[in-house]
Design a protein around this ligand. Sequence first.
Ligand SMILES: *Cc1c(COP(=O)(O)O)cnc(C)c1O
Length: 478
Amino acid sequence: MSRNAESTAFRSALEVVRGVEPRVADAIAAELADQRESLKLIASENYASPATLLAMGNWFSDKYAEGTVGRRFYAGCQNVDTVEALAAEHARELFGASHAYVQPHSGIDANLVAFWAVLADRVESPALRRAQARQVNDLTEADWFALRRELGNQRMLGMSLDAGGHLTHGFRPNISGKMFDQRSYGTDPATGLIDYDRVAEAAREFKPLILVAGYSAYPRKVNFRIMREIADSVGATFMVDMAHFAGLVAGKVFTGDFDPVPHAHIVTTTTHKSLRGPRGGMVLCGPELADQVDRGCPMVLGGPLPHVMAAKAVALAEARRPDFADYAQRIVDNAQALADGLLRRGATLVTGGTDNHLVLIDVSGYGLTGRQAEQALLDSGIVTNRNSVPQDPNGAWYTSGIRIGTPALTTRGLGAAEMDATAELIHTVLSQTTPGTGPDGAPSKAKYVLDPAVAESVGKQAADLLTPFPLYPAVDLG
Ligand SMILES: *Cc1c(COP(=O)(O)O)cnc(C)c1O
Protein backbone atom coordinates (compact mmCIF):
# COMPACT_ATOMS: atom_id res chain seq x y z
CA MET A 1 0.00 0.00 0.00
CA SER A 2 1.30 3.40 -0.87
CA ARG A 3 2.36 5.66 1.97
CA ASN A 4 0.94 8.45 -0.05
CA ALA A 5 -2.55 6.98 0.35
CA GLU A 6 -2.35 7.28 4.16
CA SER A 7 -1.28 10.90 3.96
CA THR A 8 -4.00 11.73 1.46
CA ALA A 9 -6.64 9.94 3.53
CA PHE A 10 -5.92 11.75 6.80
CA ARG A 11 -5.37 15.11 5.08
CA SER A 12 -8.62 14.87 3.17
CA ALA A 13 -10.54 13.80 6.26
CA LEU A 14 -9.24 16.81 8.17
CA GLU A 15 -10.09 19.11 5.31
CA VAL A 16 -13.69 17.90 5.39
CA VAL A 17 -13.91 18.31 9.16
CA ARG A 18 -12.28 21.75 8.95
CA GLY A 19 -15.07 22.86 6.64
CA VAL A 20 -17.57 22.45 9.48
CA GLU A 21 -15.72 23.11 12.74
CA PRO A 22 -12.10 24.10 12.20
CA ARG A 23 -11.31 23.93 15.92
CA VAL A 24 -11.98 20.21 15.92
CA ALA A 25 -9.70 19.70 12.92
CA ASP A 26 -7.03 21.76 14.66
CA ALA A 27 -7.34 19.71 17.86
CA ILE A 28 -7.00 16.46 15.90
CA ALA A 29 -3.89 17.75 14.15
CA ALA A 30 -2.50 19.05 17.46
CA GLU A 31 -3.04 15.63 19.05
CA LEU A 32 -0.89 13.98 16.38
CA ALA A 33 1.81 16.61 16.88
CA ASP A 34 1.74 16.10 20.67
CA GLN A 35 1.87 12.32 20.37
CA ARG A 36 4.77 12.57 17.95
CA GLU A 37 6.76 14.65 20.41
CA SER A 38 6.16 12.80 23.66
CA LEU A 39 8.10 9.89 25.04
CA LYS A 40 5.00 7.87 25.85
CA LEU A 41 5.59 5.30 28.57
CA ILE A 42 1.96 4.87 29.61
CA ALA A 43 1.64 1.10 29.89
CA SER A 44 -2.00 1.02 28.73
CA GLU A 45 -1.54 3.09 25.57
CA ASN A 46 -0.36 2.32 22.08
CA TYR A 47 -0.59 3.61 18.50
CA ALA A 48 -3.13 1.85 16.27
CA SER A 49 -2.26 1.38 12.61
CA PRO A 50 -3.55 3.83 9.98
CA ALA A 51 -5.75 1.05 8.56
CA THR A 52 -7.31 0.49 12.00
CA LEU A 53 -7.89 4.21 12.52
CA LEU A 54 -9.33 4.73 9.05
CA ALA A 55 -11.72 1.77 9.35
CA MET A 56 -13.51 3.72 12.13
CA GLY A 57 -14.37 6.91 10.28
CA ASN A 58 -17.34 5.93 8.14
CA TRP A 59 -21.07 5.22 7.78
CA PHE A 60 -20.95 2.03 9.85
CA SER A 61 -21.24 4.54 12.68
CA ASP A 62 -24.80 5.25 11.49
CA LYS A 63 -26.10 1.69 11.91
CA TYR A 64 -28.04 0.22 14.79
CA ALA A 65 -27.21 -3.47 15.12
CA GLU A 66 -28.53 -4.77 18.44
CA GLY A 67 -28.49 -8.54 18.60
CA THR A 68 -25.84 -10.80 17.15
CA VAL A 69 -24.70 -11.86 13.70
CA GLY A 70 -27.69 -13.11 11.71
CA ARG A 71 -30.11 -12.37 14.60
CA ARG A 72 -30.58 -8.61 14.72
CA PHE A 73 -33.37 -6.49 16.14
CA TYR A 74 -32.84 -4.09 13.21
CA ALA A 75 -33.15 -4.58 9.48
CA GLY A 76 -30.36 -4.02 7.00
CA CYS A 77 -27.44 -5.33 9.05
CA GLN A 78 -25.86 -7.55 6.39
CA ASN A 79 -22.66 -5.49 6.19
CA VAL A 80 -22.40 -5.14 9.95
CA ASP A 81 -22.79 -8.93 10.08
CA THR A 82 -19.83 -9.21 7.72
CA VAL A 83 -17.47 -7.15 9.88
CA GLU A 84 -18.68 -8.50 13.22
CA ALA A 85 -18.29 -12.08 11.96
CA LEU A 86 -14.83 -11.27 10.62
CA ALA A 87 -13.69 -9.66 13.87
CA ALA A 88 -14.99 -12.65 15.85
CA GLU A 89 -13.34 -15.13 13.48
CA HIS A 90 -10.00 -13.37 13.68
CA ALA A 91 -10.30 -13.26 17.49
CA ARG A 92 -11.12 -16.98 17.72
CA GLU A 93 -8.25 -17.93 15.44
CA LEU A 94 -5.77 -15.57 17.04
CA PHE A 95 -6.48 -16.69 20.60
CA GLY A 96 -7.62 -20.26 19.97
CA ALA A 97 -10.98 -19.55 21.60
CA SER A 98 -14.19 -21.34 20.71
CA HIS A 99 -16.34 -18.19 21.04
CA ALA A 100 -15.60 -14.46 20.71
CA TYR A 101 -17.98 -11.57 21.43
CA VAL A 102 -16.58 -8.38 19.90
CA GLN A 103 -19.29 -5.86 20.77
CA PRO A 104 -18.11 -4.46 24.15
CA HIS A 105 -17.28 -0.77 23.89
CA SER A 106 -14.45 -0.93 26.40
CA GLY A 107 -12.71 -3.18 28.91
CA ILE A 108 -15.09 -2.20 31.70
CA ASP A 109 -18.03 -3.14 29.49
CA ALA A 110 -16.44 -6.47 28.57
CA ASN A 111 -16.13 -7.25 32.28
CA LEU A 112 -19.77 -6.35 32.92
CA VAL A 113 -20.82 -8.67 30.10
CA ALA A 114 -18.71 -11.44 31.63
CA PHE A 115 -20.05 -10.89 35.17
CA TRP A 116 -23.64 -10.98 33.98
CA ALA A 117 -22.99 -14.05 31.86
CA VAL A 118 -21.55 -15.90 34.84
CA LEU A 119 -24.32 -14.75 37.19
CA ALA A 120 -26.98 -15.75 34.68
CA ASP A 121 -25.31 -19.10 34.07
CA ARG A 122 -24.46 -20.03 37.63
CA VAL A 123 -27.07 -18.49 39.91
CA GLU A 124 -30.52 -20.03 40.09
CA SER A 125 -32.71 -16.96 39.68
CA PRO A 126 -36.37 -17.22 38.66
CA ALA A 127 -36.54 -13.43 38.36
CA LEU A 128 -33.66 -13.45 35.90
CA ARG A 129 -35.35 -16.17 33.85
CA ARG A 130 -38.46 -13.96 33.71
CA ALA A 131 -36.32 -10.98 32.69
CA GLN A 132 -34.73 -12.94 29.89
CA ALA A 133 -38.04 -14.35 28.66
CA ARG A 134 -39.45 -10.82 28.36
CA GLN A 135 -37.82 -7.45 27.77
CA VAL A 136 -35.84 -6.35 30.81
CA ASN A 137 -37.81 -3.12 31.21
CA ASP A 138 -41.08 -5.04 31.43
CA LEU A 139 -40.10 -6.28 34.89
CA THR A 140 -42.31 -5.34 37.79
CA GLU A 141 -41.03 -3.71 40.94
CA ALA A 142 -41.29 -7.05 42.70
CA ASP A 143 -39.24 -8.69 39.95
CA TRP A 144 -36.50 -6.12 40.44
CA PHE A 145 -36.39 -6.77 44.17
CA ALA A 146 -36.21 -10.49 43.50
CA LEU A 147 -33.47 -9.94 40.96
CA ARG A 148 -31.40 -7.98 43.45
CA ARG A 149 -31.98 -10.52 46.19
CA GLU A 150 -31.17 -13.48 43.96
CA LEU A 151 -28.17 -12.07 42.12
CA GLY A 152 -26.75 -9.65 44.67
CA ASN A 153 -24.06 -10.50 47.18
CA GLN A 154 -22.46 -13.20 45.10
CA ARG A 155 -18.78 -13.55 45.90
CA MET A 156 -15.78 -12.49 43.86
CA LEU A 157 -12.12 -13.05 44.66
CA GLY A 158 -9.68 -10.88 42.71
CA MET A 159 -6.26 -9.29 42.97
CA SER A 160 -6.05 -6.35 45.37
CA LEU A 161 -5.80 -2.88 43.88
CA ASP A 162 -2.47 -2.03 45.44
CA ALA A 163 -0.96 -5.27 44.16
CA GLY A 164 -1.98 -4.30 40.63
CA GLY A 165 -5.59 -5.50 40.33
CA HIS A 166 -8.22 -3.47 38.51
CA LEU A 167 -11.16 -1.42 39.82
CA THR A 168 -13.58 -3.59 37.88
CA HIS A 169 -12.58 -6.68 39.86
CA GLY A 170 -14.95 -5.89 42.71
CA PHE A 171 -13.78 -2.53 44.02
CA ARG A 172 -16.07 0.21 45.26
CA PRO A 173 -15.53 2.92 42.63
CA ASN A 174 -16.87 0.41 40.07
CA ILE A 175 -20.32 -1.21 40.03
CA SER A 176 -18.64 -4.61 40.51
CA GLY A 177 -17.77 -3.51 44.03
CA LYS A 178 -21.45 -2.91 44.74
CA MET A 179 -22.75 -5.99 42.93
CA PHE A 180 -20.36 -8.43 44.55
CA ASP A 181 -19.21 -9.30 48.01
CA GLN A 182 -15.51 -9.03 47.26
CA ARG A 183 -12.33 -10.25 48.81
CA SER A 184 -8.88 -9.83 47.34
CA TYR A 185 -5.55 -11.59 47.28
CA GLY A 186 -2.32 -9.60 47.40
CA THR A 187 1.30 -10.38 46.76
CA ASP A 188 4.03 -11.72 48.99
CA PRO A 189 5.56 -8.73 50.84
CA ALA A 190 9.08 -10.15 50.48
CA THR A 191 9.06 -11.02 46.77
CA GLY A 192 6.19 -8.94 45.41
CA LEU A 193 4.92 -12.08 43.63
CA ILE A 194 1.52 -13.75 43.77
CA ASP A 195 1.61 -16.44 46.43
CA TYR A 196 -0.60 -19.18 44.97
CA ASP A 197 -0.87 -20.99 48.30
CA ARG A 198 -2.36 -17.85 49.81
CA VAL A 199 -4.77 -17.50 46.88
CA ALA A 200 -5.84 -21.11 47.41
CA GLU A 201 -6.31 -20.49 51.12
CA ALA A 202 -8.43 -17.37 50.47
CA ALA A 203 -10.50 -19.33 47.93
CA ARG A 204 -11.10 -22.15 50.42
CA GLU A 205 -12.24 -19.73 53.11
CA PHE A 206 -14.29 -17.41 50.94
CA LYS A 207 -15.72 -19.82 48.34
CA PRO A 208 -16.14 -17.25 45.57
CA LEU A 209 -18.53 -17.66 42.65
CA ILE A 210 -15.88 -16.01 40.46
CA LEU A 211 -12.11 -16.11 40.81
CA VAL A 212 -10.56 -13.29 38.78
CA ALA A 213 -6.98 -13.09 37.58
CA GLY A 214 -5.55 -10.21 35.60
CA TYR A 215 -4.08 -6.84 36.45
CA SER A 216 -3.09 -3.44 35.25
CA ALA A 217 0.06 -2.99 37.29
CA TYR A 218 1.66 -6.37 38.07
CA PRO A 219 5.00 -6.73 36.27
CA ARG A 220 5.14 -10.53 36.18
CA LYS A 221 3.53 -13.52 34.51
CA VAL A 222 0.57 -15.22 36.17
CA ASN A 223 0.31 -19.01 36.16
CA PHE A 224 -3.22 -19.52 34.89
CA ARG A 225 -3.04 -23.31 35.14
CA ILE A 226 -2.55 -23.07 38.90
CA MET A 227 -5.26 -20.42 39.19
CA ARG A 228 -7.69 -22.68 37.32
CA GLU A 229 -6.88 -25.56 39.68
CA ILE A 230 -7.66 -23.28 42.61
CA ALA A 231 -10.96 -22.21 41.00
CA ASP A 232 -11.88 -25.84 40.33
CA SER A 233 -11.09 -26.87 43.88
CA VAL A 234 -13.81 -24.53 45.20
CA GLY A 235 -16.24 -24.72 42.29
CA ALA A 236 -15.57 -21.14 41.15
CA THR A 237 -15.77 -19.82 37.61
CA PHE A 238 -12.30 -18.73 36.56
CA MET A 239 -12.20 -15.41 34.73
CA VAL A 240 -9.10 -13.74 33.32
CA ASP A 241 -9.05 -10.05 32.43
CA MET A 242 -6.12 -9.80 30.00
CA ALA A 243 -6.81 -6.14 29.11
CA HIS A 244 -3.18 -5.17 29.60
CA PHE A 245 -1.34 -8.15 28.18
CA ALA A 246 -3.61 -9.38 25.36
CA GLY A 247 -0.91 -8.40 22.86
CA LEU A 248 1.56 -10.72 24.59
CA VAL A 249 -0.96 -13.56 24.40
CA ALA A 250 -1.72 -12.78 20.75
CA GLY A 251 1.99 -12.62 19.96
CA LYS A 252 2.64 -15.98 21.67
CA VAL A 253 5.00 -14.55 24.26
CA PHE A 254 2.68 -15.91 26.94
CA THR A 255 2.12 -19.59 26.17
CA GLY A 256 1.39 -22.79 28.09
CA ASP A 257 0.54 -22.07 31.73
CA PHE A 258 0.76 -18.34 31.02
CA ASP A 259 -1.78 -18.27 28.18
CA PRO A 260 -5.14 -17.62 29.87
CA VAL A 261 -7.36 -18.82 27.02
CA PRO A 262 -7.04 -22.60 27.48
CA HIS A 263 -7.29 -22.31 31.27
CA ALA A 264 -10.07 -19.78 31.95
CA HIS A 265 -13.81 -20.29 31.65
CA ILE A 266 -14.07 -16.74 30.38
CA VAL A 267 -11.52 -14.15 29.24
CA THR A 268 -12.08 -10.43 28.83
CA THR A 269 -9.84 -7.84 27.25
CA THR A 270 -9.52 -4.37 25.85
CA THR A 271 -8.46 -4.12 22.24
CA HIS A 272 -6.49 -0.86 22.44
CA LYS A 273 -3.65 -1.61 24.87
CA SER A 274 -0.84 -4.03 23.94
CA LEU A 275 -3.17 -5.57 21.31
CA ARG A 276 -2.86 -2.26 19.39
CA GLY A 277 -6.40 -2.13 18.01
CA PRO A 278 -9.19 0.44 18.27
CA ARG A 279 -10.52 1.58 21.68
CA GLY A 280 -12.84 -1.24 22.68
CA GLY A 281 -13.35 -4.55 24.46
CA MET A 282 -13.94 -8.22 23.79
CA VAL A 283 -15.01 -11.42 25.57
CA LEU A 284 -13.73 -14.94 24.79
CA CYS A 285 -15.29 -18.08 26.22
CA GLY A 286 -16.19 -21.70 25.68
CA PRO A 287 -19.54 -22.96 24.38
CA GLU A 288 -21.08 -23.15 27.90
CA LEU A 289 -21.14 -19.39 28.40
CA ALA A 290 -21.47 -18.30 24.76
CA ASP A 291 -25.26 -17.77 24.78
CA GLN A 292 -25.18 -15.66 27.91
CA VAL A 293 -22.21 -13.63 26.67
CA ASP A 294 -24.03 -12.90 23.41
CA ARG A 295 -26.84 -11.28 25.43
CA GLY A 296 -24.38 -8.52 26.43
CA CYS A 297 -26.33 -6.03 24.33
CA PRO A 298 -28.92 -4.98 25.46
CA MET A 299 -28.44 -6.60 28.89
CA VAL A 300 -25.58 -4.33 29.94
CA LEU A 301 -24.31 -2.71 26.72
CA GLY A 302 -25.69 -0.01 24.51
CA GLY A 303 -26.01 -0.66 20.79
CA PRO A 304 -22.85 -2.08 19.21
CA LEU A 305 -20.42 0.25 17.45
CA PRO A 306 -20.13 -1.30 13.97
CA HIS A 307 -17.39 1.11 12.87
CA VAL A 308 -15.28 0.00 15.84
CA MET A 309 -16.01 -3.67 15.12
CA ALA A 310 -14.73 -3.01 11.57
CA ALA A 311 -11.54 -1.60 13.07
CA LYS A 312 -11.29 -4.57 15.47
CA ALA A 313 -11.43 -6.90 12.45
CA VAL A 314 -8.57 -4.96 10.82
CA ALA A 315 -6.43 -4.86 13.96
CA LEU A 316 -7.02 -8.55 14.75
CA ALA A 317 -6.05 -9.44 11.17
CA GLU A 318 -2.83 -7.49 11.75
CA ALA A 319 -2.22 -9.32 15.02
CA ARG A 320 -2.43 -12.66 13.18
CA ARG A 321 0.52 -11.76 10.97
CA PRO A 322 3.95 -13.10 11.89
CA ASP A 323 5.40 -9.62 12.46
CA PHE A 324 3.02 -9.13 15.39
CA ALA A 325 4.70 -11.98 17.28
CA ASP A 326 7.98 -10.22 16.68
CA TYR A 327 6.46 -6.97 17.97
CA ALA A 328 5.15 -8.70 21.11
CA GLN A 329 8.57 -10.17 21.88
CA ARG A 330 10.21 -6.76 21.41
CA ILE A 331 7.73 -5.23 23.90
CA VAL A 332 9.02 -7.60 26.59
CA ASP A 333 12.68 -7.27 25.54
CA ASN A 334 12.32 -3.50 25.78
CA ALA A 335 10.64 -3.66 29.20
CA GLN A 336 13.49 -5.82 30.46
CA ALA A 337 16.09 -3.46 28.99
CA LEU A 338 14.35 -0.55 30.69
CA ALA A 339 14.18 -2.44 34.00
CA ASP A 340 17.87 -3.41 33.78
CA GLY A 341 18.82 0.17 32.98
CA LEU A 342 16.92 1.47 35.99
CA LEU A 343 18.24 -1.21 38.36
CA ARG A 344 21.82 -0.56 37.28
CA ARG A 345 21.35 3.11 38.17
CA GLY A 346 20.00 2.24 41.61
CA ALA A 347 16.22 2.41 41.19
CA THR A 348 13.96 0.14 43.25
CA LEU A 349 11.54 -1.91 41.17
CA VAL A 350 8.52 -3.80 42.51
CA THR A 351 9.39 -7.53 42.18
CA GLY A 352 12.91 -6.50 41.13
CA GLY A 353 12.17 -6.54 37.40
CA THR A 354 9.61 -7.56 34.82
CA ASP A 355 8.58 -10.37 32.54
CA ASN A 356 5.83 -8.52 30.71
CA HIS A 357 5.35 -5.08 29.18
CA LEU A 358 5.50 -2.99 32.33
CA VAL A 359 7.84 -1.86 35.07
CA LEU A 360 6.77 -0.44 38.43
CA ILE A 361 9.31 1.90 40.03
CA ASP A 362 9.02 2.39 43.77
CA VAL A 363 9.94 6.08 43.86
CA SER A 364 10.10 6.24 47.66
CA GLY A 365 13.70 5.19 47.02
CA TYR A 366 14.16 8.68 45.52
CA GLY A 367 12.34 10.28 48.47
CA LEU A 368 9.34 11.13 46.28
CA THR A 369 5.65 10.30 46.03
CA GLY A 370 4.26 8.93 42.78
CA ARG A 371 2.52 12.22 42.16
CA GLN A 372 5.71 14.27 42.52
CA ALA A 373 7.61 11.85 40.28
CA GLU A 374 4.87 11.79 37.63
CA GLN A 375 4.76 15.58 37.41
CA ALA A 376 8.54 16.03 37.41
CA LEU A 377 8.83 13.49 34.59
CA LEU A 378 6.05 15.21 32.67
CA ASP A 379 7.86 18.55 33.00
CA SER A 380 10.78 16.77 31.35
CA GLY A 381 8.79 15.45 28.38
CA ILE A 382 8.37 11.90 29.74
CA VAL A 383 4.77 10.72 30.00
CA THR A 384 4.11 8.07 32.69
CA ASN A 385 1.49 7.58 35.34
CA ARG A 386 1.66 7.24 39.08
CA ASN A 387 0.49 3.98 40.58
CA SER A 388 0.18 2.36 43.98
CA VAL A 389 2.81 -0.12 45.07
CA PRO A 390 1.86 -3.07 47.31
CA GLN A 391 0.91 -1.85 50.82
CA ASP A 392 1.37 1.72 49.59
CA PRO A 393 1.88 4.11 52.53
CA ASN A 394 0.79 7.08 50.39
CA GLY A 395 -2.60 5.67 49.37
CA ALA A 396 -4.20 5.56 45.94
CA TRP A 397 -4.08 9.31 45.22
CA TYR A 398 -0.45 10.29 45.90
CA THR A 399 0.97 6.75 45.65
CA SER A 400 4.61 5.66 45.82
CA GLY A 401 5.00 4.24 42.36
CA ILE A 402 5.49 5.13 38.73
CA ARG A 403 4.20 2.65 36.18
CA ILE A 404 5.95 2.59 32.84
CA GLY A 405 5.28 0.38 29.87
CA THR A 406 6.78 -0.27 26.46
CA PRO A 407 3.97 -1.18 23.99
CA ALA A 408 3.77 2.34 22.50
CA LEU A 409 7.49 3.06 22.16
CA THR A 410 8.02 -0.42 20.75
CA THR A 411 5.43 0.34 18.06
CA ARG A 412 7.53 3.38 17.11
CA GLY A 413 10.54 1.11 16.74
CA LEU A 414 12.65 2.05 19.77
CA GLY A 415 14.90 -0.78 20.98
CA ALA A 416 17.24 -1.78 23.82
CA ALA A 417 19.73 1.08 23.33
CA GLU A 418 16.95 3.66 23.50
CA MET A 419 15.49 1.92 26.56
CA ASP A 420 18.80 2.30 28.35
CA ALA A 421 18.90 5.96 27.38
CA THR A 422 15.31 6.31 28.64
CA ALA A 423 16.29 4.73 31.96
CA GLU A 424 19.08 7.31 32.24
CA LEU A 425 16.63 10.17 31.61
CA ILE A 426 14.12 8.86 34.16
CA HIS A 427 16.84 8.31 36.75
CA THR A 428 18.23 11.80 36.13
CA VAL A 429 14.86 13.47 36.70
CA LEU A 430 13.95 11.41 39.76
CA SER A 431 17.32 11.81 41.43
CA GLN A 432 17.33 15.58 40.82
CA THR A 433 13.79 16.15 42.08
CA THR A 434 13.21 16.93 45.75
CA PRO A 435 9.95 17.10 47.69
CA GLY A 436 8.52 20.59 48.12
CA THR A 437 6.72 22.14 51.07
CA GLY A 438 3.18 23.40 51.55
CA PRO A 439 2.22 27.01 52.44
CA ASP A 440 2.78 26.24 56.12
CA GLY A 441 6.27 24.89 55.46
CA ALA A 442 5.18 21.30 56.08
CA PRO A 443 6.35 18.57 53.68
CA SER A 444 4.01 18.23 50.71
CA LYS A 445 3.08 15.03 48.89
CA ALA A 446 2.31 16.96 45.71
CA LYS A 447 4.80 19.82 45.47
CA TYR A 448 8.32 19.22 44.27
CA VAL A 449 11.41 21.10 43.21
CA LEU A 450 13.17 20.39 39.93
CA ASP A 451 15.68 22.75 38.36
CA PRO A 452 13.99 23.90 35.10
CA ALA A 453 17.34 23.58 33.34
CA VAL A 454 17.38 19.84 34.14
CA ALA A 455 13.81 19.44 32.91
CA GLU A 456 14.63 21.30 29.74
CA SER A 457 17.78 19.34 29.04
CA VAL A 458 16.05 16.00 29.65
CA GLY A 459 13.12 17.11 27.50
CA LYS A 460 15.52 17.87 24.67
CA GLN A 461 17.26 14.52 25.01
CA ALA A 462 13.89 12.72 25.08
CA ALA A 463 12.89 14.48 21.85
CA ASP A 464 16.23 13.55 20.27
CA LEU A 465 15.66 9.91 21.20
CA LEU A 466 12.42 9.95 19.21
CA THR A 467 13.73 11.70 16.10
CA PRO A 468 14.93 8.52 14.32
CA PHE A 469 11.54 6.85 15.04
CA PRO A 470 8.83 9.05 13.56
CA LEU A 471 5.26 8.26 14.55
CA TYR A 472 2.99 7.56 11.56
CA PRO A 473 5.89 8.31 9.22
CA ALA A 474 3.64 8.13 6.17
CA VAL A 475 1.22 10.74 7.49
CA ASP A 476 2.08 14.29 6.54
CA LEU A 477 -0.69 16.72 7.41
CA GLY A 478 1.15 19.50 5.59
C1 LIG B 1 -7.72 -0.96 31.21
C2 LIG B 1 -8.34 -2.05 31.96
C3 LIG B 1 -9.73 -2.20 31.99
C4 LIG B 1 -10.68 -1.14 31.50
O1 LIG B 1 -10.64 -0.87 30.15
P1 LIG B 1 -11.45 0.39 29.57
O2 LIG B 1 -11.41 0.15 28.10
O3 LIG B 1 -10.74 1.59 30.02
O4 LIG B 1 -12.84 0.32 30.10
C5 LIG B 1 -10.26 -3.31 32.61
N1 LIG B 1 -9.46 -4.23 33.18
C6 LIG B 1 -8.12 -4.10 33.19
C7 LIG B 1 -7.29 -5.15 33.85
C8 LIG B 1 -7.52 -3.01 32.58
O5 LIG B 1 -6.19 -2.88 32.62
